[in-house]
Ligand binder design. Structure first.
Ligand code: CO
Length: 217
């Protein structure tokens, strides 16, 4: 069987299995999707969002790019955020990075990798700000992994700084942004405990809207 043909064969088998597991499974999906979570993760093939969270089709809205970066000028990511919040009414956004991320490794190197060097600029920014702390770690692996964590923390903030998220909070929508990191070595997710769930938690300079009770801030 060819490299491609076996994917089609796999698909036939999967479709049959899902139909046997739950009658009317696909018919239900056609009618509507009700995911409660938005996943913003790395494109890395070793971090498949649905599998590692045990969620079925229809249960997770997914956006992936190299090194799970959220830029305020990225129309793709902003469109996903807006749709997830306004239309799907999701209540949790999970930014999930992973240890040993190739994008983070590339951002730490002084070699050219093509277009992606521009894409990774935000990670270089974090690296520059936390340079000493990272350099003080004893191994290259520790330095990469620490910057992987810092990148997730930064991107949680970037999501919180978008006006689409802040407008949702201002209108009373319940929305929590979580920062997670996944270990390729053991398949386990670690919660970095950097949740942001309200406008009050956003530093004033990054608020697009005044707090309802703001007093001359
Ligand atoms: Co990665």
């Amino acid at each position: 069987m060819s490299e491609i043909q076996h994917l089609i064969e796999n698909n036939r088998a999967w479709s049959n299995e899902m139909k046997q597991r739950e009658e009317g499974f696909f018919e239900k999906l056609v009618a509507q999707q009700f995911p409660r979570y938005l996943w913003i993760g790395c494109s890395d093939s070793r971090v498949p969002a649905n599998e590692i969270t045990g969620l079925l089709p229809g249960e997770l809205f997914v956006h992936r790019n190299v090194a799970n970066i959220v830029y305020p000028a990225d129309l793709n990511c902003l469109s996903v955020l807006e749709y997830a919040i306004h239309t799907l009414h999701i209540s949790h956004i999970i930014v999930c990075g992973h240890y040993g991320c190739g994008g983070v490794v590339a951002a730490m190197q002084r070699t050219s990798h093509g277009f992606v060097d521009n894409w990774l600029n935000d990670i270089r920014d974090t690296y520059a700000h936390r340079w000493e702390e990272i350099q003080n770690l004893s191994t290259a692996e520790e330095r990469v992994d620490r910057l992987c964590e810092m990148n997730v923390i930064k991107q949680v903030q970037s999501v919180a700084h978008t006006n689409v998220v802040q407008n949702a909070w201002a209108s009373g929508q319940s929305l929590t942004i979580h920062g997670w990191i996944y270990g390729i070595k053991d398949g386990l997710v670690k919660d970095l405990d950097v949740k942001v769930a309200s406008l009050e938690q956003v530093t004033p300079a990054f608020r697009h809207i005044d707090l309802p009770t703001a007093s001359g801030e």
